[in-house]
Design a protein around this ligand. Sequence first.
Ligand SMILES: [Fe+2]
Ligand SMILES: [Fe+2]
Length: 296
Amino acid sequence: MIKIAAFSDAHFPKLVGIKELKVLRNSINNIDPDYVVIAGDLTEGEKESFETFLKEFEEIDCPKLICLGNHDLWVQSFEEATSLEKMEEFIEMGESFGYHMLDNKPFLEKGIGFAGTVGWYDYSFADPQFPIKDIENKILFYKGDTFAASWWNDRFYFRLKKRNPLMEMTFTEDDNFFVDSLKIPRSSREEDTYFTKLCHKHLNKSLNEIKDAKIKIAVIHHLPFEELLNIGREKTIESLFFNAFMGSKCFGELMIEKNVDICICGHTHKNFRRKIHGIEVYNVSEIKRGIKKIEI
Ligand SMILES: [Fe+2]
Ligand SMILES: [Fe+2]
């Protein structure tokens, strides 16, 4: 039997602190796994936090596989780098600490293959009740008891093009936020679809490279199947709006085509297990439930 210790969405240090990282490490040691899989959102995109995280699990004596998450690719307004440059930097850091970075290449050992990607969204999961313009702006205006708005934060922190940081720094919450936020350069639909295609291409190539594996495992931060939307979550207007940013159908279609056996995903902060089109899907992102033990 093969044991995988899997988790995601620690968002260190925001959601999980250093003490809790140590608790997670102890429970991995108790599982005594053959592989550790971390399915993204390890950090909030800070290099120092990523390094602390890597050091914490460095000593675990088995292959440790990582795919990054959307928050790992966040860049702050004072940073020059694009999200792609951050991804390259994190891949390099991960490898220098002895981790196997699935966003770079797949992993194959003793007939077990892992192929992975951060994945992304191309709005194929968008709920039709919302205008595409609002989805592109990643901002939801709604009326409850009082008028309110809610937005998907990748709009500010994910970027494939360099931007003028000054433009973003002019933004304050004292200003008319709802108007001003629309003027701030933000990630666009083109950037999202371009990045989704890039991740799809990478997963396709990686799955081809492990095609002879007896067991094929896809690791992806975002959701690959529409059937996985809203599992364990209340269907509020916000959650339905945010479905657009949960993932893309294209990754699930690829997994079916390439006969993937197991998929490990994250991003929704809910743990569940579902069998979709013959693929055993584990979402391991509810970090307060700790490490998920997957036995094959
Ligand atoms: Fe997350
Ligand atoms: Fe995420």
